[in-house]
Design a protein around this ligand. Structure first.
Ligand code: HEM
Ligand code: HEM
Length: 186
C-alpha cells in the first residue's frame, strides 16, 4: 500500500480523500436542497440540518487535513502528453474547487452561528459562534452558500467530464491515477 504520492502516482491517502470529499459534497448538496423544503411538522425538520451541519464540520476538518497533506505529499507531475493549456487549466480548476469549497464551509458556518448559537457535531463536541453581526448575516451567508454550492457542483461535474475525456478519448492515465494506479500500470 502506497500512502504518499510520488512523482507519477497518487497515493492511497490522496485517492481516499478525493473520493470521500466528492461523495460528501454531492450528498451535502442534495441534503441541503431537500432540508430547506421541509415543514416544521416533518420529523426531519430539526434532524436534517443537524446532520448537514455535523457532516459539514467533519468535511471542513477533512479539507484542512487535505491541504496539509498537499504540502507533506505534493501531487504527481502532470502527464507528459498534456498540452500547456491542459496543465494550466487543470491547476486552475483544482485551485478553484478548493477555494469554492472553503467558501461553502465558511458561509455554512456563518449561517448556523449568526444568532450566536454554537454548532453541535453529532453531540460529540461543539464549535462556538465567533462572528455574529446583527441583522442580515444569516440571509447574506445563505445566498452565498447556495450560489457557491451550485458553482462547486457545476465545476466539479465539468472537471469530472474532463477526466472522462482523458480516459475515453485520449486514452491516458488521468482517471486511473485517481484510483491509485501507477503511471506505468496500463
Ligand atoms: C460542501 C459542503 C456543503 C454543501 C454542498 C452545502 C449545500 C447546501 C445547500 C444546497 C443548501 C440549500 C440552500 C438553499 O436552498 O437556500 C444548504 C443549506 C444550509 N447549509 Fe449547507 N452545504 C455545505 C456545508 C455546510 C456547512 C459546513 C454548514 C454549517 C456548518 C452548512 C449549513 C447550512 C445551513 C444552516 C443551511 C440552511 C440555510 C437556510 O435555511 O436557508 N452547510 N447547504
Ligand atoms: C465535488 C467533487 C470534486 C472535487 C471537489 C474534486 C477536486 C479535485 C482536486 C482538488 C483535484 C486535484 C488533486 C488533489 O488536490 O487531490 C482533483 C483531481 C482529480 N479529480 Fe476530482 N474532484 C471532484 C470530483 C471528481 C469527479 C466526479 C471525477 C471523475 C469522474 C474526478 C476526477 C479527478 C481526477 C481524474 C483527478 C486527477 C487529475 C490530475 O491528475 O491532474 N473528480 N479533483
Amino acid at each position: 500500500m502506497l500512502l504518499k504520492n510520488t512523482s507519477t502516482h497518487f497515493g492511497h491517502i490522496s485517492v481516499l480523500i478525493h473520493w470521500l470529499v466528492a461523495l460528501a459534497v454531492y450528498g451535502m448538496f442534495a441534503l441541503g436542497l431537500w432540508m430547506v423544503t421541509l415543514s416544521y411538522y416533518d420529523t426531519w425538520y430539526h434532524r436534517a440540518p443537524e446532520l448537514h451541519k455535523s457532516i459539514g464540520i467533519c468535511l471542513f476538518i477533512v479539507m484542512v487535513i487535505r491541504v496539509i497533506w498537499l504540502f507533506i505529499s505534493p501531487p504527481p507531475k502532470a502527464l507528459a502528453s498534456y498540452s500547456p493549456l491542459t496543465r494550466i487549466g487543470s491547476k486552475l480548476m483544482h485551485h478553484t474547487l478548493y477555494i469554492v469549497l472553503f467558501g461553502i464551509l465558511a458561509s455554512g458556518y456563518l449561517i448556523s452561528t449568526a444568532e450566536g448559537d454554537p454548532i453541535s457535531i453529532f453531540g460529540w463536541f461543539e464549535v462556538p459562534a465567533t462572528l455574529t453581526a446583527q441583522g442580515i448575516q444569516a440571509d447574506t451567508a445563505g445566498v452565498i452558500h447556495l450560489y457557491l454550492a451550485w458553482i462547486v457542483v457545476v465545476l466539479s461535474l465539468l472537471h469530472g467530464l474532463a477526466a472522462f475525456k482523458h480516459h475515453f478519448i485520449d486514452h491516458d492515465l488521468t482517471l486511473k491515477r485517481m484510483f491509485g494506479f501507477n503511471s506505468d500500470e496500463k
